[in-house]
Design a protein around this ligand. Structure first.
Ligand SMILES: [Fe+2]
Length: 397
């Protein structure tokens, strides 16, 4: 999506004869919005329609938790037990019709290929390194990367070491915010990142193996299995604007100001009716009279989920690495008692956090129920905390 790329061999023009060792290759136009959106053109050894066997279809089933009370919530996710692989190990925490937010801590890896046929994915790599092998080539990833995978991309993870992900899946498109781009698509001066921070596939490794290859495709609310008799990474070349890429949260250039900067200054991606934001280490507001932590605010139309990645979260009792706070719509929230006073004069924050704000209410899974601490809603009722930790180090509450 970010800009034109080309890997491997492509013919001099679109839609003309292109052979390899005398064999006519199969051209596939993979695009969005009915041939008017971004697209890539891929050249396959085999027809991408070629299926040897149709396997089973399994609906994706979610267990919903409907809490008795509408309230702010806090969950600790760090100690969730590992399980499954990078796909089967995804455990949905909350969702609505625009986005599905899952945790994944795999303890095995994929012996098959996967394609999300009905949504774009953003995989935030909290812990882990490895390579996402895809039809478009290899996409190396590391701690702190957002791995952006457009729908239709066949892939498999090749991890190195333990992995921990926060995953967003959407039936819409994951995009660079429109206000960061000019009319030609170039990222503007003043945006918190630039094209050099976006990393497309590094290398195309055309596979020519024959045999049985299982591809699981998410489609129609379930997973459909297909068996191919050729390796699905049979692309000899492609070009275009549609491909997987990574962006590191550590390359997000925070925007600071003399007084408090609102959450949109942290926006990293846009989706339909939701945004994903990055809260990164930075200098805080520098006016001598500024209040470095946020004002109270009412999410009248938004649900606000924050996943704490690393840093000192001392201004919020009970916040630690892997914690999630959920501030649902219709309720005000803000610093707990005494914290605004304590934050005065604080000059920087070391926080690293990922936030997802949705415009439509989020439904919660039974996993959220199991992780919910049940007491966070009362944390504004407690007397001021008397701990020596720096206030304001969590800059968004
Ligand atoms: Fe907030």
């Amino acid at each position: 999506m970010p800009f034109y790329q080309r890997r491997g061999d492509v013919p001099r023009k679109r839609h003309i004869v292109f052979r390899e060792n005398g064999r006519l290759l199969t051209e596939e136009v993979m695009g969005l919005e009915g041939f008017t959106g971004n697209e890539s053109i891929l050249y396959h050894l085999e027809s991408p329609c070629r299926v040897k066997e149709l396997g089973e279809f399994r609906p994706i089933e979610r267990e919903e938790w409907v809490p008795e009370a509408h309230a702010h919530r806090r969950m600790d996710t760090y100690d969730i037990s590992p399980g499954g692989d990078e796909i089967s190990g995804r455990r949905t925490l909350m969702w609505n019709s625009d986005v599905e937010i899952s945790l994944c801590r795999p303890d095995s890896t994929m012996d098959y290929f996967f394609r999300n046929g009905e949504g774009d994915e953003v995989i935030f790599v909290h812990e882990g390194t490895g390579t996402l092998e895809t039809t478009f080539g290899d996409v190396p990833y590391k701690d702190g990367d957002y791995v952006v995978v457009p729908r239709g991309t066949t892939y498999r993870f090749v991890p190195e070491g333990p992995q921990r992900y926060l995953i967003f899946e959407t039936p819409g498109l994951i995009e660079i915010p429109k206000r960061y781009r000019n009319q030609y698509g170039q990222i503007l001066e003043g945006a918190p990142y630039y094209h050099r921070d976006l990393h497309p596939p590094t290398e195309l490794n055309t596979q020519r193996d024959k045999g049985d290859f299982l591809v699981k495709v998410r489609v129609r609310g379930g997973i459909q299995d297909y068996v191919l008799d050729y390796h699905p990474f049979d692309v000899v070349g492609w070009d275009g604007y549609l491909y997987p890429w990574t962006f590191s949260i550590h390359d997000f250039e925070p925007i600071t100001g003399r007084i408090h900067q609102p959450p949109p200054s942290h926006q990293t991606f846009q989706g339909p009716n939701f945004v994903i934001c990055s809260f990164c280490p930075r200098k805080l507001d520098f006016d001598p009279e500024s209040v470095p932590i946020p004002y109270h605010h009412s999410n009248l139309q938004s649900e606000e989920m924050i996943y704490y990645v690393s840093g000192n979260f001392g201004s919020r009792k009970g916040i630690s690495v892997g914690s999630i706070t959920l501030h649902p719509s219709g309720l005000p929230h803000g610093p707990q008692p005494g914290l605004a006073e304590k934050s005065l004069g604080v000059t920087e924050t070391t926080e690293l956090a990922v936030m997802c704000d949705t415009f439509r209410p989020l439904r919660l899974s039974t996993l959220a129920r199991d992780l919910d601490d049940g007491v966070y809603a009362y944390s504004w009722h407690e007397p001021p905390a008397d701990d020596p930790s720096l206030a304001g180090v969590t800059s968004h509450l």
